[in-house]
Ligand binder design. Structure first.
Ligand code: HEC
Length: 183
């Protein structure tokens, strides 16, 4: 190997180094837009904490709401469900299963209804008031992959009324939880 070849090799290594460095700079430039975002956000927080901070999680005093919930009002609100569900004892399934006696029963409680895999996989779980709250409040949010295509009831008082109605709609209504808080 003569001196000229060594020079070529050295030059090649140098070029490779420069390319790596430039690539580094380029990727930094490409990712740069991320930085101002972060900075802008923290500035917003110091200037206006209320607007910038995420909303504090609302606690729903479901026990209290249940204590004064109207079963009749719940029955009325449950008309929203009647496109897909029947409520009376022994009535047929529709798009969704019959819901007689749902409080305290297992998930996927009807043997003659074809549930989603997501619902079937929870068969060991009991439909207590808390589980029903989360599911009826946000079906997809509570059980990802459920085939219940319903937006959910958002108003806590309406939720309490529906739950009181579902509980009453049974051979053996359960004692409603008094201290239940939902986060
Ligand atoms: C658009 C149709 C539709 C509407 C409206 C609807 N549901 Fe459903 N519901 C379903 C289907 C379908 C299932 C089965 C879900 C699965 O298998 O994932 C279901 C399942 C359920 C279950 C679980 C039953 C079980 O056996 O585990 C409950 C509880 C329930 N619905 C309550 C309600 C209530 C209360 C309302 C009204 C506030 C409502 N649903 C509105 C279609 C509907």
């Amino acid at each position: 190997m003569n001196g000229l070849e060594l020079n070529k090799i050295a030059a090649a290594i140098l070029v490779a180094g420069i390319i790596a460095m430039v690539a580094g700079i380029v990727s930094e430039v490409l990712y740069e837009p991320e930085h101002p975002k972060t900075r802008g956000f923290s500035v917003a927080v110091t200037e206006a904490p209320a607007a910038g901070a995420p909303a504090a999680p609302q606690i729903v005093e479901l026990g209290l709401l249940l204590a004064s919930a109207s079963i009749d009002k719940g029955k009325d609100i449950a008309k929203k469900c009647a496109t897909c569900h029947t409520f009376g004892k022994g009535e047929a399934n529709k798009i969704g299963p019959n819901l007689y006696g749902i409080v305290g029963s297992s998930h996927a409680h009807k043997a003659d209804f074809t549930y989603s895999d997501a619902m079937k996989s929870l068969h060991e779980k009991t439909w207590d008031i808390e589980a029903l709250y989360h599911f009826i409040n946000s079906p997809q949010g509570a059980i990802k992959g459920t085939k219940m295509a319903f937006a959910g009831i958002k108003n806590p008082e309406e939720m309490a009324a529906v739950l009181a109605y579902l509980n009453s709609n049974s051979d053996s209504p359960k004692a409603l939880p008094k201290d239940l808080k939902i986060k």
